[in-house]
Design a protein around this ligand. Structure first.
Ligand SMILES: [Fe+2]
Ligand SMILES: [Fe+2]
Length: 416
């Protein structure tokens, strides 16, 4: 009862994101209704004004079904009190992202927390609630609402995102250039010819970073957590090609820039994020094993150190992709199937050497050949990497029985 009375006093304009945008006015006295019944936005879209009786505000929200209210204006009570009608709105989770304005006799500053849980954007003076000013406020409100999207993994507060936790881990485990030692001490006589070829291939493989980062930002366009981490990942990967190119230059080998351009073109965007993440878990785990093996075999101390550090980076990357993959699969069990399908595709078929996205998407680049030859000459390297991937799959599925590619296939059949 108390709630209804409070709502009756509230003045609310709602904007819904439907094909026809609808503005609703709740509890507003007849004389305060705007003269026009439509607003025309700059992009040509129009918004229709609808009057809703105050006591039916909750029912009006219920009637929106799956649609969310984009913008709402509430009459501000005297003092700093938040109108109960705002709480009626916020109590419905589908309207968590609604942009809320209070309308008062004149504009005033909000407390720093914007009304706390009620998340109020601004207190607007009544003089701005007509004509072009109202249109502009409503248009910006709709744009702000649309910018929030519908990604269910978006947290309410920025620091609740997974990126916040992963950031510290990455910051404190990043290697410093000073750890590499002095390149002028490199003894070229300790390097084998095939090793220099492998080094060239590795530098070229790492040029896949730019299209990778490009695609992550495209595929994760509706969130900021994984996207922010993707920037850290890209910054680390960019060092991988740079450092190997610098080392090569020191021993008299310059890598042509064309190799970076062969991979600049973005590869096709994935259809399921958990699947994309699984593909990257596999490529990082295999890259970690690859560098670790190269480091163990090299007789040249600086190169050994470089490859060891790069191997450590790739293992960290695999682990971070796993964290985001698990988050996605926990949120939506349907993602588990897509994740397993991707795992099966990349783990199962090794008849023609291992598959790595760097080689698969860029067959015109020399790295497609190089990575397969490295696998052939280093038996067991990929087995160890794939064991690590299977351990992560067990963790994601919370199923200790998945121990082989055959088990992955069996789980897939169960999910079909
Ligand atoms: Fe790398
Ligand atoms: Fe990596």
């Amino acid at each position: 009862m108390e709630l209804l009375q409070a709502t009756r006093e509230a003045k609310v304009i709602g904007v819904t994101t439907d094909a026809a945008i609808e503005l609703c006015w709740v509890g507003l006295p007849e004389e305060e209704l705007p003269a026009t019944s439509t607003l025309t936005f700059k992009n040509g879209r129009t918004a229709r004004l609808v009057t809703v009786p105050a006591e039916k505000f909750g029912a009006y929200l219920d009637g929106l079904g799956d649609r969310s209210l984009a913008v709402a204006f509430f009459s501000a009570p005297v003092g700093e009190v938040v109108p109960d009608a705002v709480r009626v709105l916020r109590a419905r989770s589908q309207h968590e992202r609604t942009r809320v304005y209070l309308v008062a006799s004149e504009s005033r500053a909000l407390p720093a927390d914007g009304g706390g849980e009620t998340d109020i954007e601004e207190v607007i003076g009544r003089d701005r609630m007509s004509g072009s000013s109202l249109t502009q406020i409503a248009e910006r409100g709709v744009r702000a609402f649309n910018a929030l999207g519908t990604n269910p993994l978006l947290p309410r507060f920025y620091l609740d995102a997974t990126f916040n936790g992963i950031f510290d881990w990455f910051e404190t485990t990043r290697w410093d250039w000073s750890e590499l030692g002095n390149f002028s001490k490199v003894d070229k006589k300790l390097l084998r010819e095939e090793e220099i070829e492998t080094l060239k291939e590795s530098a070229v493989i790492e040029f896949g970073t730019l299209p990778g980062a490009h695609n992550f930002l495209r595929e994760w366009h509706d969130e900021f957590s994984f996207s922010s981490w993707a920037l850290s990942w890209g910054a680390e990967e960019a060092r991988h090609s740079l450092i190997q190119c610098r080392y090569l230059q020191h021993i008299g080998v310059d890598i042509p820039a064309k190799h970076a351009m062969y991979k600049r073109e973005p590869y096709p965007m994935g259809k399921n994020r958990a699947a994309t993440l699984m593909m990257n878990i596999i490529s990082e785990a295999r890259a970690a094993a690859y560098y670790k093996r190269l480091a163990n075999e090299s007789q040249e101390p600086t190169l050994r150190r470089i490859w060891k550090l790069l191997g450590r980076d790739e293992a960290r990357h695999a682990r971070a992709f796993f964290v985001f993959c698990k988050e996605e699969c926990d949120r939506d069990p349907k993602s588990r199937k897509a994740m397993l399908e991707m795992a099966y595709v990349w783990l199962a078929d090794r008849a023609d050497g291992i598959k790595h996205p760097a080689g698969h998407f860029y067959p015109h680049s020399t790295s497609a050949r190089g990575i397969k030859e490295t696998e052939r000459s280093h038996e067991g390297m990929t087995d160890q990497a794939d064991e690590n991937v299977l351990a992560m799959i067990r963790n994601i599925l919370d199923d200790e029985s998945v121990k082989s590619v055959r088990d992955v296939k069996a789980r897939l059949r169960e999910l079909a």
